[in-house]
Design a protein around this ligand. Sequence first.
Ligand SMILES: Cc1ncc(COP(=O)(O)O)c(C=O)c1O
Length: 274
Amino acid sequence: MDQHDAILSDELNHASIIDGCRLSRAKVIRFKHSDMNDLRQQAKDAKESGQYHKIMVITDGVFSMDGDIAKLPEIVKIAEEFDLITYVDDAHGSGVLGAGAGTVKHFGLSDRIDFQIGTLSKAIGVVGGYVAGKKQLIEWLKLRSRPFLFSTSLPPAAIASCSASVDILMNDKELIEKLWENGNDLKNGLSRLGYDVGQSETPITPCIIGDEVTTQQFSKRLYEEGVYAKAILFPTVPKGTGRIRNMPTAAHTKEMLDQVISVYEKVGKEMNLI
Ligand SMILES: Cc1ncc(COP(=O)(O)O)c(C=O)c1O
């Protein structure tokens, strides 16, 4: 994308998407979070204005701070209607949805999304990232992507670790099942205590506290009691929606999660939050 183009971007997209859009110099048009009427209207306006060479719609696959899933089937329909390029950042979907392959696969849209990108630092547990798309597109990126061309590639040990992780992920579905089970247990446990866990549809489990200072104090007290769960505050999330973002993994045991829930109960009561 360049200065002659436009990018339609979900208002809750991750900061790295926002920075990438800025770097492209394209006109960035934000649409309301997962609001398909707004996206459709903005896509129509952008297309009918005749101002742009190309128009792209860009979204997180799984929204990192809330854990909800992008409405990809509807996004694809709108994209096909208005000839939009589609781009999904699946940092939080890969290894989690679509039997590990991600959000695009989860919805069966692999041949209808132009770019699927993701990180190798979350479920894969190493470092780096990937872009998946049509062969021609990947060839083009290899020649034209400046951050790719002008930076050092990953070291062989990191590549070998990523490769081993992908093998494990493809051959052992138990890890993904365990991850979902842990996510559900934690969500249910926190809801039962009376916490607001938002609209998450994935193992990402926000615990929305609200006030920024209280959220920070709460995170500090959790840590003192043995639970490492970081506070996420404005400007990462809107003002007044400070939260603790819990990320259970497949490696957590039932005992660990029970302990987490009892610490949440103790600290929540101590701070009059529940
Ligand atoms: C949606 C999204 N994209 C990209 C990234 C960046 O990943 P990395 O730090 O591995 O480059 C993150 C990390 O938090 C993310 O949540």
